[in-house]
Design a protein around this ligand. Structure first.
Ligand SMILES: NC(=O)c1ccc[n+]([C@@H]2O[C@H](COP(=O)([O-])OP(=O)(O)OC[C@H]3O[C@@H](n4cnc5c(N)ncnc54)[C@H](OP(=O)(O)O)[C@@H]3O)[C@@H](O)[C@H]2O)c1
Length: 341
């Protein structure tokens, strides 16, 4: 097996971290880089990653040019969260015969909000004999795949609850911005209206994935908009200073309703100054299950890992649109990538 050929589509906060991990791995070659950020376009990848190495690959804003010569096995895609926006980018990669692993939240379970686009992507991927996957730490793992995995120990299930509470100060700057850390409450409300603050995207996808895995027919999924968490005491991160009364971050909840009962509840909290970080899953059933990871899993490190760990799995998958519940048991691929084929 030759080295796996990778094109990076998006080298912002996540793409940069993914590139750095790929450069350390054996059996992988980065053969192209696409981004529209004018500070990066035209630069050598080494410079775009703020390293002092010359890597001989230029960042290009022309996906057609890059993909037509790259002969990529996999495009690692990390640009934006909504499938209507990312669809043409992913479709271009597919048309050039590349498998895709993406951080796009809505792609993690696109049947939830974009069933038409999901069908089109599936058809296109089959036509080109490639596979595509949206994943990440959340959505993609902590509040869906891990929950589903734990249900395999249950004979009966009454209700599922998952909560993620994290200190946003440890997360990348783009994340802290999208949760409004350091804004006044009015600025936060304005940001929500103008969609400069998106909050967390993915709770609807996670609930939908869990319900489909269990074959639960939900009557509805209720997803609340992000609510500001107001700081009681001063807190700070490298990029934000939060005075008492200002917004420290967000809390966002969503519920899956079956008949009249709330059977799935997700609670996502990310703000600067969190006292206790954790990921918790509670399943009320036979048996009851209480799983708790403390402190919570680091979101950026975990996302980079899961994206890279799914390179081999997506190359080995059958053609079409895959979600995490269609693929083998999650695992790390920490050895030479060529060992997994
Ligand atoms: N599922 C998960 O667990 C998970 C985890 C982490 C991140 N994510 C998602 O992954 C995405 C990337 O995150 P990030 O923090 O890396 O964001 P980011 O720092 O904003 O980086 C995105 C990069 O993609 C570029 N870009 C945007 N549109 C593009 C296009 N049409 N063609 C080429 N490049 C384009 C951006 O350029 P400009 O800056 O010039 O726009 C930027 O350089 C976000 O949607 C984020 O929410 C998901």
């Amino acid at each position: 097996m030759e080295d796996v050929r990778i094109v990076l589509y998006g080298v912002g906060a996540m793409g940069t971290r993914i590139a750095k991990l790929l450069l350390k791995k054996k059996g992988i070659e980065i053969v192209g880089v696409i981004d529209i950020d004018e500070e990066k376009v035209g630069k050598d990848l080494g410079e775009a990653l703020a390293t002092n190495k010359h890597l001989g690959i230029k960042v290009s804003d022309n996906p057609e040019n890059v993909l037509s010569i790259a002969n990529a096995d996999v495009v690692i895609h990390s640009t934006t969260s909504f499938l209507k926006q990312t669809y043409p980018q992913i479709a271009t990669a597919i048309k050039h015969g590349a498998n895709v692993v993406s951080t796009c939240e809505e792609l993690s379970y696109p049947y939830a909000t974009e069933p038409e686009l999901a069908r089109e992507l599936d058809k296109l991927a089959r036509e080109h004999s490639v596979s595509i996957l949206g994943t990440g730490i959340n959505p993609g793992f902590l509040m869906d795949t891990l929950v589903i995995t734990l249900t395999s120990l249950c004979q009966e299930i009454e209700q599922i609850k998952a909560a993620r509470v994290m200190n946003a100060a440890t997360r990348r700057a783009s994340f802290q911005k999208k949760i409004g850390a350091g804004l006044t409450v009015n600025e936060f409300r304005e940001g929500m209206k103008k969609k400069t603050i998106t909050g967390h995207v993915g709770l609807t996808q996670s609930i939908s994935m869990i319900a489909d895995a269990l074959k639960w027919r939900l009557r509805k999924i209720e997803a609340d908009p992000a609510k500001p968490v107001i700081a009681k005491t001063y807190a700070e991160s490298e990029i934000a200073k939060v005075e008492p009364g200002q917004v420290a971050g967000i809390r966002q909840c969503a519920r899956g309703i079956k008949g009249k009962r709330e059977v799935i509840s997700l609670d996502f909290q990310a703000y600067i100054g969190v006292k206790e970080e954790y990921d918790a899953i509670t399943i009320r059933g036979v048996p009851n299950i209480h799983e708790r990871i403390t402190p919570c899993t680091h979101g950026d490190l975990g996302t980079v890992a899961i994206i890279v760990n799914y390179i081999a799995k997506i190359m080995n998958a059958r053609p079409g649109l895959a979600t995490m519940i269609d693929l083998p048991v999650p695992s790390a691929t920490i050895e030479d990538m060529r060992n997994y084929f």
